[in-house]
Design a protein around this ligand. Structure first.
Ligand SMILES: Nc1nc2c(ncn2[C@@H]2O[C@H](COP(=O)(O)OP(=O)(O)OP(=O)(O)O)[C@@H](O)[C@H]2O)c(=O)[nH]1
Ligand SMILES: [Mg+2]
Length: 186
């Protein structure tokens, strides 16, 4: 059977939740995005799709929903492809290396630039302060301060500490993502 008509009509006949949510994982190179992604794939029955040096794509099952995850490389030369993903991203996770105080100011500028993109205005944001197992890891209050997060208003956001190396705190990240995906689907 052929279906002619505007997309909005087709969307109405699809069951609620059948459209894929997309979870975008960004952050500077070396922050721990791919290590976090491996944990999320473990928690959410991840099925690897495409992967190359710039990005890897996974299909996750979160509750009853199929969710596409993109883990994008954070090297400077690859950041130019990030905006290609903004339009489809429904939930944004930004990973930080909490022991790298020098690069937190770079991360702050990069996050600021990401959030200027209007396509992401409605995407809830989770900042993951990673590598808490490392000596010299900065406390959450300092990370919030250095990242200027107290000025982040007008959007749903949260920050969680974790070590994707030891797994400590990863459950909190999993819970936040689960809640936000559910909220987006209601
Ligand atoms: N100590 C410690 N090391 C970590 C942690 N998470 C990741 N790493 C290490 O940090 C390095 C970078 O981790 P990746 O997950 O590859 O970082 P990435 O953000 O994907 O980096 P790009 O893909 O280059 O953008 C690796 O050597 C990891 O083993 C952590 O929680 N603690
Ligand atoms: Mg990576």
């Amino acid at each position: 059977m052929c279906f002619y008509g505007p997309v909005s009509v087709i969307k109405k006949v699809l069951p609620a939740g059948s459209q894929k949510s997309c979870l975008l994982i960004l952050g500077l190179d070396n922050a721990g995005k791919s290590t976090l992604t491996a944990h999320l794939a473990g928690f959410f029955n991840g099925d690897p799709k495409e992967s190359n040096k710039q990005a890897s794509e996974w299909s996750l099952t979160i509750g009853n929903y199929k969710v596409k995850l993109w883990d994008i490389n954070g090297e400077l030369k690859n950041r130019q492809i990030w905006p290609n993903y903004y339009k489809k991203a429904k939930v944004l996770v930004f990973v930080l290396d909490s022991k790298d105080a020098v690069r937190l100011s770079e991360a702050r500028c990069v996050l600021c630039d990401v959030l200027m993109h209007q396509e992401l205005n409605r995407a809830p944001l989770l900042i993951v302060s990673n590598k808490t197992d490392s000596s010299g890891s900065l406390p959450l209050s300092t990370v919030i301060d250095l990242m200027g997060l107290d000025r982040l208003d007008g959007r749903v956001w949260a920050i969680k500490e974790c070590s994707t190396q030891t797994g400590l705190g990863v459950q909190g990240v999993v819970n936040w993502i689960t809640n936000e995906i559910r909220r987006k689907k209601q």
